[in-house]
Design a binder for this molecule. Structure first.
Ligand code: PMV
Length: 362
């Protein structure tokens, strides 16, 4: 498929007004996307668990303008109040997707959005937020094009979400989503996420992710800047190759349910992501001292109790603690007894693998 396939071919008989509402989850990458090319094309393939509890709910109300606007006409309401500071990001997103949603200038939009997790929790809302917004906007097109199948809808929603925030393309469906061309994965694409097409052992169903909120403030360096620093990075070539290799290795790991290999690979990916940040120019560190304390505690607990519990990190200080359903009680007890002390105000979020976005009644 090419980008052209996402441009509507027929003239759409668009509604005068209406509204759509979607709830889209966040996701946590196992093999990390870090580095991008033009038009939000990833420098390497990635794979993630779709989450369940951490989600953004967005309602888009639209009404036809008497004449198409020059710029984009929209209001942005975040958790009940107008939020002007979010508008430039939405405007950039509209610019990137207007070719694929050619009706954007024909309407005034009211975008009401809220997150299930606290705003300043250090959890990025861009993946769930861009996924929810893309689903609402694409629902307008679908209402005027009943020929669009569910599969086409999901693919295009992922394609649009990627243009808002790369990892958002992995937040449309569940529960294991792969994004980015990979030789060993036939349907893989740089343009959208796909359901992982190979066998996955039941141990990976109902996997848990307890998110330890180590630092809730703003990150010192944004993901956009971080991705950019992979250009000309001395280790970039090897890192991108490593991501390809790790995805290949995961095929066996997933089919066999090999938790030891899974944990080794996922932790290595997390540390490599941060190693790339620490070795870019300029260099930076997003981990905090408590991030490292938690990692060491997890290693110690795993060694002494043989419990299959591991960590991963996103581009921040928070720690995602991953474990299968079979050790849930033990893991929660350990987290409460030994890890919560390292969380800001003792805050953490119990999440688990989920099934993707849902349309809600307006
Ligand atoms: O989607 P972005 O541009 O916010 O980048 C996300 C990058 C990581 O979260 C660090 C890794 C990933 O694959 O999600």
């Amino acid at each position: 498929m090419t980008t052209n396939d996402f441009i509507p071919k027929k003239k759409l008989d668009l509604p005068e007004k209406g509204s759509f509402k979607w709830k889209a989850p966040s996701n946590i990458a196992l093999v990390k996307y870090w580095g991008k090319l033009e038009h939000q094309i990833p420098a390497n393939p990635s794979i993630s668990f779709t989450l369940d509890a951490c989600a953004t709910t967005t309602k888009v109300t639209f009404e036809k303008l008497t004449k198409p606007s020059e710029g984009f006409s929209f209001d942005l309401i975040f958790e009940g109040s107008k939020k002007e500071s979010f508008k430039p990001k939405i405007n950039t997103f509209f610019e990137r997707v207007q070719e694929y949603l050619p009706f954007l200038r024909a309407y005034h939009f009211t975008i009401e959005t809220s997150n299930s997790f606290p705003h300043s929790s250090g959890i990025a809302s861009s993946a769930s937020g861009m996924a929810a917004l893309s689903l609402c906007l694409l629902s307008i097109e679908r209402s005027a094009n009943r020929e669009m199948s569910d599969a086409q809808f999901d693919k295009k929603a992922s394609f649009l979400a990627r243009l808002g925030s790369g990892s958002a393309c992995r937040s449309i469906k569940g529960d294991l989503i792969q994004w980015g061309n990979h030789q060993g994965i036939p349907e893989s694409s740089d343009l959208f996420g796909i359901n992982y097409p190979f066998e996955v052992h039941p141990i990976f169903k109902n996997y848990h992710d307890t998110i330890l909120l180590v630092h809730k403030g703003e990150k010192v360096v944004s993901s956009t800047v971080g991705h950019g620093l992979m250009q000309g990075h001395p280790f970039a070539k090897n890192r991108f190759q490593q991501a390809h290799d790790n995805l290949q290795k995961l095929k066996d790991v997933f089919s066999k349910g090999d938790l030891d290999q899974f944990m080794a690979l996922v932790e290595s990916e997390a540390l490599t992501l941060h190693a790339m940040m620490m070795s870019s120019s300029p260099y930076f560190i997003l981990m905090h001292p408590n991030t490292l304390r938690i990692i060491n505690k997890i290693w110690e607990f795993r060694k002494t109790t043989q419990t299959p519990i591991c960590f991963t990190l996103d581009a921040g200080a928070n720690v995602h603690v991953l474990y299968p359903e079979t050790v849930k009680e033990k893991a929660i007890q350990f987290i409460q007894d030994q890890l919560v002390v390292y969380c800001e105000n003792g805050h953490y979020i119990c999440d688990r693998i989920g099934n993707g976005a849902k349309e809600l009644k307006v």
